[in-house]
Design a protein around this ligand. Structure first.
Ligand SMILES: NC(=O)c1ccc[n+]([C@@H]2O[C@H](COP(=O)([O-])OP(=O)(O)OC[C@H]3O[C@@H](n4cnc5c(N)ncnc54)[C@H](OP(=O)(O)O)[C@@H]3O)[C@@H](O)[C@H]2O)c1
Length: 267
């Protein structure tokens, strides 16, 4: 698979899953705009690693919850690349900005979550397609369990924001189909070397053990490069007939039935 000659912009490309995506796109030959929020050093490291793959790119700062910042990112992409083939909406604010239970969440935190995902995507896709020719690729990184379930109580704002994001993906897929631009979402399972690793070590270890115990059939958590591989597949020329879909990139975790003990399910 080659993305040689393609131009990509990855939001939240400074670290975690976004870095995994930026590196895979670069490895496949694309030039990559790496967006970050505050962590310029991490973004620089991603760009250095992009260059080690023989690709190139640029860094751009911005708060995706601010419309002007989102527009500025694409103005920069126009300036650097002249055109865009791939837009990956991956950035997500820190937990402190939105993590609160339904009866406690402030309206400011609610707005921040929705603005950073739904409004940022609405504005971002409109800006991106202005730079795209025939056959562009748009990928949104979601968290489908948060969007579709309700037990993780402090996730209410981000879960609702991801649900709106997933819906926008379907609407834009139809809008942009005549131009051959595909729009899909990828839902990672719990991913190592990401926001998760900011939690205390015993929590991370418990998460690893949980996945190894069978709740992820492949027996482990994902990695940023697992997700990068899936995004790069969707961005390949051969994926041009897949649009409006939500792809679970989770080692089979979404197939497991939570209503029955694993021992019974395994037979
Ligand atoms: N980690 C998981 O297990 C998991 C599972 C399913 C889905 N996801 C999804 O995958 C995506 C990436 O998650 P991650 O765990 O890799 O995240 P992460 O490691 O916490 O990285 C977050 C990224 O978003 C940027 N960012 C933070 N606040 C921002 C803001 N206000 N405006 C613009 N950018 C901002 C950060 O930039 P700085 O580096 O400059 O701070 C960083 O690049 C998210 O959409 C998340 O919902 C993650």
């Amino acid at each position: 698979m080659t993305l040689k000659g393609k131009h990509a912009l990855v939001t939240g490309g400074s670290r975690g899953i976004g870095r995994g995506i930026a590196l895979k796109l670069a490895e496949s030959g694309a030039r990559v705009g790496i967006h970050y929020y505050v962590n310029e050093a991490a973004a620089k490291e991603t760009l250095e690693r992009v260059r080690k793959h023989g690709a190139d790119g640029f860094l751009v700062q911005g708060d995706v919850s601010r419309v002007d910042d989102v527009k500025r990112m694409f103005a920069r992409a126009r300036q650097e690349f002249g055109s865009l083939d791939i837009f990956v909406a991956n950035a997500r604010p820190e937990l402190a900005k939105f993590y609160a239970k339904p009866m406690e969440i402030s309206l400011e935190a609610w707005d921040h979550a929705l603005d950073s995902q739904a409004k940022a995507f609405l504005v971002g896709v409109r800006e991106a397609v202005g730079l795209m020719g025939q056959g562009g690729r748009v990928v949104a990184v979601t968290y489908a369990p948060g969007a579709q379930k309700g037990t993780w109580q402090p996730w209410i704002a981000m879960g609702s924001a991801k649900a709106a994001l997933e819906s926008l993906v379907r609407y834009f897929a139809v809008t942009l189909a005549p131009r051959g631009i595909t729009v899909n979402s990828v839902s990672p399972g719990l991913t190592d070397d990401s926001v998760l690793n900011g939690l205390p070590d015993p929590v991370v270890e418990t998460a690893r053990t949980w996945h190894a115990s069978g709740w992820t059939p492949m027996g482990r958590m994902g990695t940023p490069s697992d997700i990068g591989n899936v995004v790069a597949l969707l961005c390949s020329p051969d994926a041009g007939w897949i649009t409006g879909q939500l792809i679970h990139a989770d080692g089979g975790a979404s197939l497991v039935d939570t209503l029955m003990p694993l021992e019974i399910q395994r037979g």
